[in-house]
Ligand binder design. Structure first.
Ligand code: ZN
Length: 313
C-alpha cells in the first residue's frame, strides 16, 4: 500500500490509459500504464475501471479523489463526450462511472488539465492567464484563468490545431493546403505538430525526414534542414500569435513531444519578438514543468478541489 497517496488521476489516451497516485504535494508516487482498448466503449470503460480500481486499492482508500482527463470534449451540461481517438463519442462516461462506483469522477479535456497543472505549481505559476499548448502528434491547447479552468460553452478546449494556417504563409513557401483528420483542410496542426515537421521536410526538400532528425541535422549544419526548421518556426509563431490575438495569455506553456526540441523557447521567443504587430504585448513562453504527467497532475488537483468544495457545502 502506498503510504501517503492523497489523490489519483487517469490520463486516458488514444494508445495508453495511465493511472497515477499523488501525494499531498502533487508529487507522482506510482504509475501504471495499460493499453487503451479501442474496439468498443464497453471494452474501453472496463480498462478504465481496472485502472480506477488499482488506484483505490493501492491507496487503500475507496473514496480517493480521482480525476480523469480525456483527449476530447465532455459537454458540461449533458456529460456527452466527443473524441477522435478513443471510442467515447455520443457516450456519457461520467454517468457510467457514477452507476458503477456510486460517486462522481471529474472529467476534463487533457489540454485543459495541462493548463490547470502548469498554472498551479508549474511553469505558469505566478501568471494569472496561462495557455497550455500541447504540440505532439497533434496540436491542442487549454486555458487557465486565475489558476482555474474557465467555463467553456459545450466544454470545448482551445482548438488551435484546427484553425486554418493563413493562406499567405502557405503561398509564400509553396506549401499545400493539407487535408486534416478533422475533415477540414490547411489546419495548423498539419504543419506545426511533431509530424508536421516531417511533412514540411518532404514538401520543401522532396525528402521526408522525421521531425527529430530534421532538428539534429539542422544543428549539425545541414542547410536544407535548417531552412525546414526556419519555415516550421515561422508557422509555429503564427500559431502562437493566433493564441495571443484571441486569448492574450501572459504565459504559454508548451508540452508534448515538440517541447523536447533543444532551444525551442529561445527559437520561438526570438521569432515572435520580431513579428510586426504594433504594440502587442507578447506572452512569456515556457516548457511544461511536469512533462508527461502534467495532465494527470491537473486532474488530481481538480479532483481534490471538487472534494473540498463538496465538503464545504
Ligand atoms: Zn483539423
Amino acid at each position: 500500500m502506498t503510504v501517503s497517496a492523497t489523490s489519483g488521476a487517469i490520463d486516458l489516451g488514444g494508445t495508453k490509459i495511465e493511472a497515477r497516485l499523488f501525494d499531498a504535494g502533487l508529487n507522482s508516487l506510482q504509475t501504471r500504464r495499460i493499453d487503451t482498448p479501442t474496439t468498443s466503449y464497453a471494452a474501453m470503460m472496463e480498462a478504465l475501471c481496472a485502472q480506477i480500481d488499482w488506484l483505490l486499492e493501492q491507496s487503500g482508500q475507496a473514496d480517493l479523489p480521482v480525476g480523469i482527463c480525456v483527449p476530447g470534449v465532455i459537454d458540461p451540461e449533458s456529460g456527452i463526450a466527443f473524441a477522435a481517438n478513443v471510442p467515447i463519442t455520443g457516450e456519457n462516461p461520467g454517468q457510467t462511472l457514477a452507476h458503477r462506483y456510486g460517486r462522481e469522477f471529474p472529467l476534463e479535456n487533457d489540454c485543459m488539465a495541462l493548463a490547470l497543472s502548469e498554472a498551479n505549481g508549474g511553469a505558469g505559476e505566478g501568471y494569472s492567464s496561462v495557455v497550455g499548448l500541447i504540440m505532439g502528434t497533434g496540436v491542442g491547447a487549454g486555458f487557465a484563468l486565475s489558476g482555474s479552468i474557465p467555463m467553456r460553452h459545450g466544454g470545448i478546449a482551445v482548438e488551435i490545431g484546427h484553425i486554418g494556417m493563413p493562406a499567405d504563409i502557405l503561398a509564400r513557401h509553396g506549401l499545400p493546403v493539407s487535408p486534416c483528420g478533422c475533415g477540414r483542410k490547411g489546419c495548423m496542426e498539419r504543419y506545426v505538430a511533431g509530424s508536421g515537421l516531417g511533412r514540411l521536410s518532404e514538401w520543401l526538400t522532396g525528402t521526408a525526414v522525421a521531425g527529430p532528425e530534421v532538428v539534429s541535422r539542422a544543428a549539425a549544419g545541414d542547410a536544407r534542414m535548417a531552412m525546414v526548421l526556419d519555415v516550421w518556426t515561422e508557422l509555429a509563431v503564427e500559431c502562437l500569435l493566433t493564441l495571443q490575438l484571441t486569448l492574450a495569455p501572459q504565459c504559454i506553456v508548451i508540452g508534448g513531444g515538440v517541447s523536447r526540441m533543444p532551444g525551442l523557447v529561445e527559437r520561438l521567443q526570438a521569432a515572435l519578438a520580431v513579428t510586426d504587430f504594433g504594440a502587442l504585448r507578447l506572452p512569456q513562453l515556457r516548457i511544461a514543468e511536469h512533462g508527461d504527467s502534467s495532465g494527470a497532475r491537473g486532474m488530481a488537483l481538480l479532483a481534490v478541489a471538487r472534494r473540498k468544495m463538496q465538503k464545504d457545502i
